[in-house]
Design a binder for this molecule. Structure first.
Ligand code: SF4
Length: 382
């Protein structure tokens, strides 16, 4: 067998490698065996082989700006260090004008996308969200608006008394381009009841994404790992995502653009006593996501959560995308010295990618390459 598919220190990887080599989907047992294996390099080689088969040497990034329009939330998920109750110190809500002004600044700085998410604000009306989208659309028609997790969409159905389809159609009409994948956490009732009771269950998350795909709205998928879930539950989660992707691809309208495994950060959450995932769990989870999700094109390392160094290493562990420039991110604060200003300059992203032996490719939200006239980057060799 070719090198990536042989020479394992763990014999359990050999039958999995044979399946990967011929493009056969991995089973639940295969996924569990991968997590149980101590042959980290063997798993990495397999994930890297899939990644290079799909994308060669390319590694993607985009120029984006996150806008967290409010941190006021009706829920209190235990893993969340972002939410505040109204009136509590640090609670905020941005007027529509401020969101639009922020998007305009992002567009002027060269961003191609804004990523807009927030808490489940108990008093903002559905009109606020429609005005936000149409305001950005009018002010910056060239900017792609990726907005609202499935949990926010369900919240809108309640405040607007509309169905998921009606809410998504209205948002699309107002300017919604695609949706992020947050709110998935772990698709398991035990984990749900232990750490995010009150949030919608898996069936609702899937209902929102299935409906979005049927309306031609592309979405992302996520998994929050490294808290109270077990490896087996991560595998079940990945298989459920793979099943919806198969359904959506057969439907032929829209589907998951990418999978983003999110590394749990305990600090300042109610689960602060937990140790959080180790670097090996991060690498394994990124690689196993690549191997299990054979019908999702892209695996993204989100440098804010996995860290810049590990994200760079992960470019040889199944990852082909390093997300973007971000600028302000209020939800977790691992990078940026504990502030919400978390910016990675485009030159730094390109340098990180080049140093990892990959070819940096700026992409738009749906992974079309963006060509810019940037002689300064070329002159500087980045
Ligand atoms: S994770 Fe989302 S829904 Fe849960 S408390 Fe935080 S902001 Fe609210």
């Amino acid at each position: 067998m070719p090198a990536p598919f042989s020479s394992f220190t763990d014999p359990n990887l050999a039958p999995i490698a044979r399946k990967v080599m011929v493009g056969e989907g991995l089973s639940y047992d295969d996924g569990v065996a991968l997590y149980a294996s101590r042959d980290l390099h063997g798993i990495g080689r397999l994930a890297n082989a899939v990644r290079e088969k799909l994308h060669g040497n390319q590694a993607f990034y985009n120029r984006n700006r996150h806008i967290n329009y409010t941190n006021v939330c009706a829920l209190s998920c235990k893993f969340c260090s972002f939410y505040r109750k109204r009136g509590e110190e640090g609670a905020y809500e941005m007027p529509v004008e401020q969101v639009v002004a922020t998007a305009m600044k992002a567009a002027e700085a060269g961003a191609t996308e804004v990523h807009v998410v927030g808490g489940l604000h108990p008093w903002l009306t559905f009109d606020y969200y429609l005005q936000m989208l149409s305001g950005i659309r009018q002010a910056c028609p060239q900017l792609h608006i990726k907005a609202f997790t499935a949990i926010e969409i369900v919240h809108f159905t309640r405040i607007a008394k509309l169905s998921v389809r009606e809410v998504l159609s209205a948002l699309k009409e107002a300017g919604l381009g695609s949706m992020p994948g947050g709110g998935a956490e772990i698709f398991d009732d035990r984990v749900h009841d232990e750490v995010f009771r009150g949030k919608v269950r898996a069936d609702k998350w899937f209902d929102v994404h299935r409906t979005a795909h049927s309306l031609g709205i592309f979405t992302n998928a996520t998994m929050l790992y490294g808290h109270v879930e077990r490896p087996e539950e991560r595998i079940t989660h990945l298989i459920k995502l793979r099943e919806l992707q198969a359904e959506s691809l057969a439907g032929g309208r829209a589907f998951f653009n990418c999978m983003i495994p999110l590394s749990f950060i305990p600090e300042n959450s109610e689960l602060g006593h937990l140790p959080g995932p180790t670097g090996l769990t991060d690498l394994k989870t990124l690689a196993i996501s690549r191997l299990m999700l054979d019908n999702v094109a892209h695996i993204k390392a989100f440098w804010i959560m996995q860290g810049i160094g590990l994200s760079q290493v992960a470019l040889s562990w199944g990852v082909d995308d390093l997300d973007g420039t971000v600028v302000w991110y209020d939800i977790t604060k691992r990078q940026g010295g504990g502030t919400t200003h978390q910016e990675l300059h485009v030159n730094d992203i390109r340098r990180l990618i080049r140093e990892a032996g990959r070819e940096p490719v700026e992409r738009d939200t749906i992974y079309r390459p963006i060509v810019r006239n940037t002689p300064s980057l070329v002159a500087a060799g980045i």
